[in-house]
Design a protein around this ligand. Sequence first.
Ligand code: C2O
Ligand code: CU
Length: 478
Amino acid sequence: MKISRRAFLKTSVGAALAAGLPSFWTASAAAQSRHAVREFHFSASPARINLGTGPDFVAWTYNGQVPGPEIRVREGETIRVILKNYLPEATTIHWHGVPVPNAMDGVPGVTQPAVRPGGTFVYEFEARPAGTYIYHSHAKYQLDQGLYGPLVIEASPPRESYDREYSLMLEDWVMQDGGGISRTQRRPPMGMMGGMRHGRMRSPSPGGPLQEPFYDGYAVNGRVYPAISPLEVRPGERVKIRLMNASSATIYYLRLAGHPLTITHLDGQPVRPVETDVLRIGMGERYDVMLTADNPGSWLLAASEEGFGEGRLRVPLRYRGVRPQEPVPPTFRPGLRMATYQDFSAAGPPEGPADAAGRFYGQTLSGGMHSPFWSINGRLYPDAEWLTVRNGERVRLSYGNDSMMPHPMHLHGHFFQVVNPALPPNLWVTKDTVIVDPMQRLDIEFRADNPGHWFHHCHNLYHMEAGMANVVVYEGWG
Ligand code: C2O
Ligand code: CU
């Protein structure tokens, strides 16, 4: 008879109770069967790494690896992460997308003091809801130094069927001139600092914000093509791929040669499936796609060359039994389908907004153009606006992007709906990070249902550190 681990644990608790075994055994087994605590030990420390091509360099890592170890748990289990800081700088971990209790959110100076070098902090929260997430440091430029990893909360019981699953974490690295952390320490050129002398512009960190580096290593799960082992599939399989963009400043346009991609989840939350040729994914966003393996061969999943040379991000996909050969790259040409937020609607029984928003905030995103600063409503974090909300109310944020750059805006502690005038509110898609394009207006709404102080910011790390952030504050909180 095959017995699942779960069933085994249940049985052994019963047996332990009956046999009067020592209480420590009974207690921990009981905890696992009813409300399992999954414990992880993370050491944040510098380590020498190699992306499979290019030089070795020093990165900041969890447990000596990039990305950090995968956290994979079932919905409803408790995640406990014991963080030890062996870095020369204070650090935290943020559970990007998971609506954790405020004290577990990992934002230095907002939800906790950063963990000092040599210090320890225990994060503990319930893994809910199911979905694809990212964890990462929220201190300074540490995200760009390697401190991030995948977090998957599996639905229990499973709500999808597939034959095979892959998680792909997309990363932008600097490899030239020593690579890694030494390259993320760059100050803007002197001329750029002129803006500081005018008006209220104040530097969020002494000496001004760092400039976005020039990336030359686009890695997937810590490897740069061609040093990536191919995703293997068999003809006829349904393959789930979780795409997670942990890059600090790169938006990708992805296409898989020989296959359309069927998008099933945005930021971990289910949508009515949409088939697309090109998938656009911003920093902090996650897309789950389903692939029907019906075109045997050797193919590349690759990013468009458009703009910045992201074409270097490549992942081979090979059908089992096909003899190894140069994978076929996708072509990017006009007329391809590229899904936009407005093409999606929420899946499943609508539990979305029923009442109208009672609180409105305009959020004007500006910056660039001869200034190293990026602002919301003209203000720079930490001199930022507080967006006050009352527990229980629905809140609308109306973004207007005045700048020439796209901004993936992320709200901590909540999911939000992307307002879509073409659909009834209960079909608006649920996300936690949304790209606001240059000169675009876009609205989101969320239910204020998780009291605390919640960070809200652009997920371009260099924009965030240059001021593009503020805080949603619940009335009566702290
Ligand atoms: Cu990925 Cu403030 O977060
Ligand atoms: Cu931005």
